[in-house]
Design a protein around this ligand. Structure first.
Ligand code: SF4
Length: 347
């Protein structure tokens, strides 16, 4: 039996029963694929079920208010996915008559859809012969076939795509694609792959040459930027200032005014900083609490955040609205602010 057939046999025995695997509805498959980008299956599944339940048809998602969609997404991170999801639902309703496009090139034009997602939707929903290449597929191919070209280079991308396409069982692309991704997720895991019970062991280059830990190869190391943020939960007459973010990864989400510094600073330095004075000037400010530091890791940034709860009746902030404290939880916020809210509930 060749590699591809072995893989499918392994899949028939080992696959997980996941809700998006029981449908060929392109809308549902697209939803699941966007939710699962950068997200683990156990974490994404309740979100997928909630979206399908709240928006059973693409028109339902298109017609939903953006705040509602972002609130549903809260906690999943990478919020551009939720904004693209909403944009694309509207795009399909307006420009495709509400019918999900059924070919690779058209699907690839949709906002938030790259080559992996387009291949996944075309093969899972329409059975078309496009091979998926994601992190799991790269790891499996790299180890079994001993490919050591860095996968984040143009040459590496081309080689992995061509190899994946060559191995694809074209008349059974949906099952084959699911099988190779599942094999990467469950068997040939990044750390401690289950080699001792692996059906590919005999011909796996990495296993036989003892290079599992070195494969796959990546060329670039992402430089992580440290940011020091001080969020201000400013209470005025029983309400709190909250604003809607206009750009960046948290666009569309609500947040407190914040001050940013390039290094960690103490309370005295904060209170005498220009940034603080710009907001409070001569206002009488009652300091209520300072949170411990929260560390929040994003793909290219490490955020060190503190929350300052203060009271003042003397300032008026432009671009922020005053919101009753008990209504704060109705607004979509980043996971970082949500974590702070969770600590407030405990006090
Ligand atoms: S033998 Fe080990 S490294 Fe090779 S495919 Fe199987 S699990 Fe992965």
């Amino acid at each position: 039996m060749n590699f591809s057939n072995k893989l499918v046999s392994w899949y028939q025995v080992n696959k997980r029963d996941l809700p998006w695997r029981n449908t060929t509805n392109a809308y549902y498959i697209w939803l699941s694929e966007i939710i699962l980008q950068q997200t683990r299956v156990w974490q994404g599944t309740p979100y997928y079920l909630a979206f399908v339940n709240a928006y059973p048809k693409i028109e339902d998602l298109a017609n939903a208010p953006e705040d509602e969609v972002l609130k549903m997404w809260q906690g999943l991170g990478y919020y551009s996915r939720a904004r693209n999801l909403h944009f694309t639902a509207k795009d399909i309703v307006v420009n495709y008559g509400g019918k999900f496009p059924n070919n690779y090139q058209e699907i690839l034009k949709l906002k938030g859809v790259g080559s992996y997602t387009a291949a996944a939707i075309t093969s899972f929903a329409f059975g078309l012969p496009y091979a998926v290449v994601d992190g799991n597929v790269i790891r499996v191919l790299s180890r079994i076939f001993g490919v050591d070209t860095p996968y984040d280079t143009p040459l590496g991308k081309k080689q992995f795509q061509e190899l994946a396409q060559e191995l694809l069982i074209k008349e059974n692309s949906s099952v084959y694609n699911q099988a190779i991704m599942e094999f990467g997720a469950l068997q040939c895991k990044p750390k401690s792959p289950d080699c001792s019970v692996c059906p590919m062991q005999d011909f796996c280059e990495a296993y036989n040459n003892n290079t599992i830990a070195e494969l796959p190869v990546k060329s670039k190391k992402i430089k992580v930027k440290n940011r020091f943020l001080h969020f201000l939960m400013i209470e005025k007459k029983g309400k709190v200032y909250l604003g809607k973010r206009k750009s960046g990864i948290w666009q569309g989400l609500y947040e407190f005014p914040f001050l940013e510094f390039s290094d960690r600073i103490n309370e005295k330095e904060l209170l005498s900083s220009e940034e603080w004075v710009d907001i409070f000037a001569d206002a009488k400010v009652e300091m209520q609490s300072i949170s411990p530091e929260f560390i929040h890791v994003l793909s290219h940034q490490k955020l060190y955040a503190k929350f300052w709860k203060v009271k003042t009746n003397d300032i008026n902030l432009k671009n922020y609205q005053l919101i009753a404290k008990e209504e704060l939880e109705n607004y979509p916020v980043s996971r970082l602010i949500e974590k702070y809210f969770e600590t407030l509930k405990l006090t």
